[in-house]
Design a protein around this ligand. Sequence first.
Ligand SMILES: Cc1cc2nc3c(=O)[nH]c(=O)nc-3n(C[C@H](O)[C@H](O)[C@H](O)COP(=O)(O)O)c2cc1C
Length: 193
Amino acid sequence: MTSLLVFAGSTRQQSFNRRLARVAADLGREAGAQVTLLELGDLDIPLYNADLEARGTPVDVLRLKEVLHAHPAWIICSPEYNGSYTALLKNTIDWASSPIKGDPLWQDGTLPFRGKVVGMLSASPGALGGLRSQSHLAPLLTNLECWLAPKAFALGQAGSAFDDQGALVQETQRERVRAVVDQVLWAAQRLQA
Ligand SMILES: Cc1cc2nc3c(=O)[nH]c(=O)nc-3n(C[C@H](O)[C@H](O)[C@H](O)COP(=O)(O)O)c2cc1C
């Protein structure tokens, strides 16, 4: 059984990307994966500052590194701010990739990322669905030696895309999310073999 990690780059209560993450997590479970839905808002992680880090890596950064490392397959739901991904997502990735000097495992900053198969999703009230955030996120993840799934999906007009239960109204959109999740699991299984 493949372990799938799903998280969104937003902590907003009514976040479209958190809703999309829940849809992706459900589809992962339907596909037989063991799914962890990570809420970045549950982690107590400050804005990255090397002076702060020199005084000791925050406990929740260690938790973050462990959870990333433990999952070979990821789905990231990326909101779009000013044509790019959010500061939250960047801060999370920066902390997770920062080497911890002298630590036998985490002195390798790339370790939590290397070899992960990542599917990108995004959601926005706009017509492009946050697609431009994906185009910025992709090289960052590739730089950290992630393998990006060729399939991705950007959910436009997200304000009317979900019903009251958080399900996607249009079946075709749910199938687009499923295609990304399935491809990520397919590739992760083969990379692990
Ligand atoms: C500072 C800022 C910049 C934004 N820039 C964009 C943008 O470039 N493209 C876009 O589609 N939406 C943009 N938005 C709107 C977000 O897509 C919208 O707030 C969305 O709900 C954020 O994702 P979330 O619902 O998961 O929190 C921006 C929002 C903020 C606060």
